[in-house]
Design a protein around this ligand. Structure first.
Ligand code: GUN
Length: 291
């Protein structure tokens, strides 16, 4: 991967810098954990199939583990693997006390029911926050393990001392991984939240109202300047791979002159997501090994 240029524009959220701060805190706390317990926090990842971006994301997650001193193990399965085999593996990982976090990389192949898989992950090892118990807790305002990408967005807001209370938030995209949890976490912080998606009518009239606009659709360049309010804060969570390059959902150059802050693709929410995963794995190890 090509190194990204330095971020010098104060309107551009440098996700890598925020991630570095999170990771350096996690690294220090991992060292303390290891001194106290005599073993490292450990994350198991499960990847099914040959989806190139997923393979890259899993690799990046293992590299991050290495950087912060977390043990990691990599379970890779071919595309045609039966759901039962994955469920069985998760059952075994749930029972291993030396594994503290379990992550199943999404998307899974079509013949596997993602919800059934997520339900199988022990809620206390669910570092991605996708188990329905953790999702339900988030819905009632009890945020234990929550999905890492929206948590990264919340962290970025606090880095810039932005309290979303009372702000108009528009989330474009209603996935379980980003859209729905991002909306819920901002609602938990008393923002006024609207979720738009592929069936929403007149998207522009909605996005134009947003003080905070979160876009997670996977449609390259969907958001243009005329869809953004002057002074808005924009989080681009979309990823489209074309010719070995990644593109966001926001037409960055077009939108930049209008915004107060914007997270770019790449170098925005991606690195923060991984750093939060590290934080969650350490947290899981701490909770499971309370003295
Ligand atoms: N696929 C896209 N984003 C994510 C994520 O945050 N976690 C997992 N497990 N899979 C993903």
């Amino acid at each position: 991967m090509e190194p990204l240029p330095e971020v010098t524009d104060p309107r551009v959220i440098d996700g890598r810098k925020i991630a570095q701060v999170i990771e350096s805190d996690v690294k220090k706390d991992v060292e303390i954990f290891v001194k106290e317990h005599g073993f490292k926090p450990a994350l198991a990842t499960i990847l099914v199939g040959e989806h190139p971006p997923s393979k890259l994301y899993v690799k990046l997650k293992h590299w991050a583990c290495k950087r912060v001193g977390i043990q990691s193990e990599d379970h890779k399965y071919p595309q045609e693997t039966e759901q039962e085999e994955i469920i069985e593996l998760i059952g075994k990982l749930n029972l291993r006390p030396e594994i503290h976090g379990i992550l199943v990389q999404l998307p899974l192949p079509k013949h596997i029911d993602e919800r059934a898989v997520m339900m199988q992950i022990s809620p206390e090892k669910d570092v991605d926050g996708f188990n329905p118990l953790n999702m339900g807790k988030m819905l009632i305002g009890k945020e234990d393990f929550v999905p890492c990408t929206p948590k990264g967005i919340i962290r970025a807001l606090s880095e810039f001392n932005i309290d979303p209370k009372g702000m108009e938030v528009v989330v474009v995209g209603h996935s379980n991984v980003v859209g729905k949890p991002a909306a819920m976490m901002l609602l938990n912080r008393n923002a006024t939240v609207k979720i738009c998606h592929v069936f929403s009518k007149d998207l522009k009239s909605q996005t134009q109202l947003a003080d905070i606009l979160i876009v997670a659709t996977g449609v390259r360049g969907l958001i243009k300047a005329d869809m953004v309010k002057e002074g808005a804060i924009v989080f681009d969570v979309g990823i489209t791979w074309q010719d070995e390059k990644v593109y966001g959902d926001v037409d960055f150059e077009d939108v930049l002159p209008k915004v107060k802050l914007i997270s770019p693709v790449p170098g925005g929410v991606g690195p923060m997501t991984i750093a939060i995963l590290m934080e969650h794995t350490l947290h899981a190890a701490m909770v499971q090994n309370k003295k």
